[in-house]
Design a protein around this ligand. Structure first.
Ligand code: SF4
Ligand code: SF4
Length: 392
């Protein structure tokens, strides 16, 4: 993934040799068996659009929109096609030709999730909804695990100092998983590392960049990097792997690390961390963003293996969960179909906890579990799970 400041670059069709090696790696091709829903099909469509051989019809654009940006195709492609840039450039170039509903949803999501004051308002509303009896009434909001929304920066009154680790909340993760920031702070505190939530920073830019608003995404990214520079933290971490995947390409000389990756290092390098006996059946999900976010999934499994009595599995299918690049918002049916084998696995193996460090994947799991009436499985960020059972 290479983030460029150019708003659009033409596809060089010579890049793709049409070998088809990517097809079976693609989750949207896998559920549809439709060439237009494959990486190779999308390349042909984009080439046709760019060369004016195809009209930017709703049908043509739908195949560009349904790509989850999992980049499974990129990892296997012998011609090293830069799929991330190809799809985001096409989304950007043809954004104006999208359906009105698509444009409104994209703009609305960006507006609601990136403004600090709106994020605070949404958190406050969710906190009210979390109170009984409102919780029962608002059960229809099944995409939220309301107890995950805790607005609690418990060290905010203390003056910031240079030896602290700053925690960047992101956008969706600031709303739906704010509790994970508290869990980060607690684990770090148990390991004598002082940390605090970085207040009033908006968004890394990936939300806009990936959905076809490249210039807006770049503006968010530049503002964020400037704010990181000014805040003067010893290190900056974020617990949403989607943010880390995007930030990692842009941070320059700032000491940035994904929070899961950092906490795994802290816990694995210390002999003093002990875990409670935990007789649970858990399944660990590996988000597509793991590679770009520099999260060593095997280290997570190694650490979990230190927990007495924990029964650990990973999903047998290698596909992404289907939530990526706002598919959960624009192509919900696709997301539900792509995640189905994982839901079937959860049901047939009586999984009690699903662990995932990507907020979009987390929302997709919660939504699909609710739709399937599975109320015995909880979805947690691995940092939250580790904090729950860490004794120190
Ligand atoms: S990024 Fe993922 S969903 Fe998109 S074409 Fe490649 S494999 Fe398919
Ligand atoms: S693997 Fe690469 S070169 Fe082969 S069809 Fe897919 S995108 Fe084209």
């Amino acid at each position: 993934m290479e983030i460029k400041n150019t708003p659009y670059k033409m596809l060089d069709p010579e890049n793709c040799v049409m070998c088809g090696m990517c097809l079976n790696n693609c989750p949207t091709y896998n559920i549809s068996n439709n060439e237009s829903e494959s990486p190779r099909g999308r390349i042909s469509i984009i080439h046709g659009l760019n060369e004016s051989m195809l009209e930017p019809s709703q049908s043509a654009l739908s195949h560009i929109n349904s790509c989850t940006l999992c980049l499974a195709c990129e990892s296997i492609c012998p011609a090293k096609v830069n799929f991330y840039q190809l799809i985001t450039d096409a989304r950007n170039k043809y954004f104006k030709k999208q359906k009105m509903l698509f444009k409104v949803k994209t703009q609305l999501v960006s507006f609601l999730l990136t403004k600090s004051y709106l994020k605070k308002t949404i958190i406050n509303i969710f906190n009210i909804l979390n109170k009984k009896p409102l919780k029962k009434i608002f059960k229809f909001m099944n995409f939220i695990q309301l107890e995950n929304i805790e607005a609690n920066n418990n060290i905010i009154n203390k003056k910031q100092n240079k030896n602290e680790v700053g925690i960047f909340l992101g956008c969706a993760s600031a709303i739906f998983q704010k509790n994970v920031a508290n869990d980060c702070m607690q684990i770090l505190k148990k390991n004598n590392i002082s940390s605090r939530i970085i207040e009033n920073v908006e968004c890394c830019g990936s939300l806009d960049y990936n959905s076809g608003k490249i210039n807006k995404g770049i503006k968010h990214k530049e503002k964020l990097i400037k704010e990181f520079r000014e805040k003067d933290y010893k290190k900056i971490i974020a617990y949403a792997s989607g943010c880390s995947a995007f930030i990692n390409k842009n941070v320059g000389n700032i000491d940035y690390q994904d929070a899961t990756s950092f906490i795994l290092e802290v816990l694995l390098n210390s002999n003093d961390n002990n875990f409670k006996i935990t007789k649970k059946n858990i399944c660990v999900h590996k988000p597509c963003t793991s590679k770009l976010a520099n999260i060593d999934f095997d280290k997570l499994i190694t650490l979990l293996n230190n927990i007495p009595d924990l029964n650990i599995s990973v999903f047998e299918d290698n596909y992404c969960c289907g939530a990526g690049a706002q598919n959960l918002i624009h192509n919900k049916e696709n997301s539900l179909n792509i995640i189905k084998p994982k839901i079937d696995y959860i049901m047939s193996n009586n999984i009690e906890y699903v662990l995932t460090y990507n907020v979009g994947c987390s929302l997709n799991f919660i939504n699909s579990l609710n739709i399937n009436d599975i109320n015995t499985t909880k979805v947690l960020h691995p940092i939250t799970f580790l904090n729950k059972i860490l004794i120190k």
